[in-house]
Structure formats: structure tokens, C-alpha cells
Design a protein around this ligand. Structure first.
Ligand SMILES: *[C@@H]1O[C@H](CO)[C@@H](O)[C@H](O)[C@H]1NC(C)=O
Ligand SMILES: *[C@@H]1O[C@H](CO)[C@@H](O)[C@H](O)[C@H]1NC(C)=O
Length: 136
């Protein structure tokens, strides 16, 4: 009886320690992220934006604001991915270009029509455009 209680107590303690561990590691991760924020560069995507309509096969310049870059950029090499609403797609629109370019020419891929497409500019982290439309 008492050994049963003890093992229940031990399990409870383990859970408490584990929970505390998770909590603590998240707090320290958050502290670390805010420290690293200084050089993380996520310039806002300017085009495409809400109201933009692209047609399959067209070429367009995706543009982003490079007016205020930090002195040291952790990762200057960028790539551009397509998302549909909350879903990432495996479509790479452009890859291996400098985030300081401010624009990159892309060809509109053949995808199902939708008004919730988003381009994501990846450098240090992902910066999302507004939702726009792709038609066939
Ligand atoms: C993209 O921008 C470059 C430089 O301004 C220009 O030469 C090119 O024609 C543009 N492409 C499209 C599809 O508008
Ligand atoms: C990325 O671009 C650089 C410079 O244009 C080139 O030297 C390098 O080979 C490219 N890397 C890949 C993986 O395409």
C-alpha cells in the first residue's frame, strides 16, 4: 500500500520536474530569441499584396522593402516559397538570391485557382506577403 503510494508520488514528482523543465527551457529559448532578434532581418513583402492577380506562366517581380537593413545579417541568402492559406506548399518560386536585392523575378506556377495564396520570403525567418489570387 505504502509502496504504491510512494510510486504514485514518485510519478507525480517526475511529471512536475518534466513540466518545470519544459517551462524553463521555453523561457530560456524565448530569452535567447529576443537577444538574437537584433540581426534577424525580415523585410516586409510589398508585392504581391491583397488585390494582386497572377496568371499561370506570367513572370512577376516579387518585391520587399530593403530600406532599413541591419549592419549584420545572419543569413543574407534568401528563398521564396508559395503557401496556400494556412498550408505550406512544396513550391519554390526562387532560391539562392541575396535578401538585399529587394526584388526577384518569378514565373507563376501552374496551381489550382485560389484567392488565398501567399509568398513567403525566407532568410533568417519567414516573412509572409498578404493573400493574393492566382488564376489559370
Ligand atoms: C523586374 O524588374 C527588373 C528590374 O527593374 C526589370 O528589368 C524586369 O523587366 C522586371 N520584370 C517584370 C516581369 O516586370
Ligand atoms: C548560389 O549562388 C551563388 C552565387 O550566385 C553560386 O555561386 C552558388 O553556386 C549557388 N548555390 C546553389 C546551391 O545554387
Amino acid at each position: 500500500m505504502s509502496s504504491h503510494t510512494n510510486s504514485a508520488l514518485a510519478k507525480c514528482l517526475l511529471v512536475c520536474v518534466a513540466l518545470f523543465g519544459i517551462f524553463f527551457s521555453q523561457t530560456s529559448a524565448m530569452a535567447l530569441t529576443s537577444l538574437e532578434k537584433r540581426d534577424v532581418y525580415t523585410p516586409p513583402v510589398l508585392y504581391p499584396h491583397a488585390g494582386t492577380v497572377w496568371y499561370k506562366g506570367q513572370t512577376h517581380n516579387v518585391t520587399w522593402d530593403v530600406s532599413d537593413p541591419p549592419a549584420h545579417i545572419t543569413n543574407p541568402i534568401a528563398s521564396l516559397m508559395l503557401r496556400k492559406g494556412q498550408l505550406p506548399t512544396p513550391l519554390i518560386l526562387a532560391d539562392n538570391f541575396s535578401i538585399l536585392l529587394g526584388r526577384i523575378e518569378v514565373t507563376v506556377p501552374w496551381v489550382t485557382e485560389g484567392d488565398d495564396y501567399i509568398v513567403v520570403l525566407f532568410g533568417d525567418s519567414g516573412d509572409w506577403s498578404e493573400e493574393f489570387t492566382i488564376k489559370e
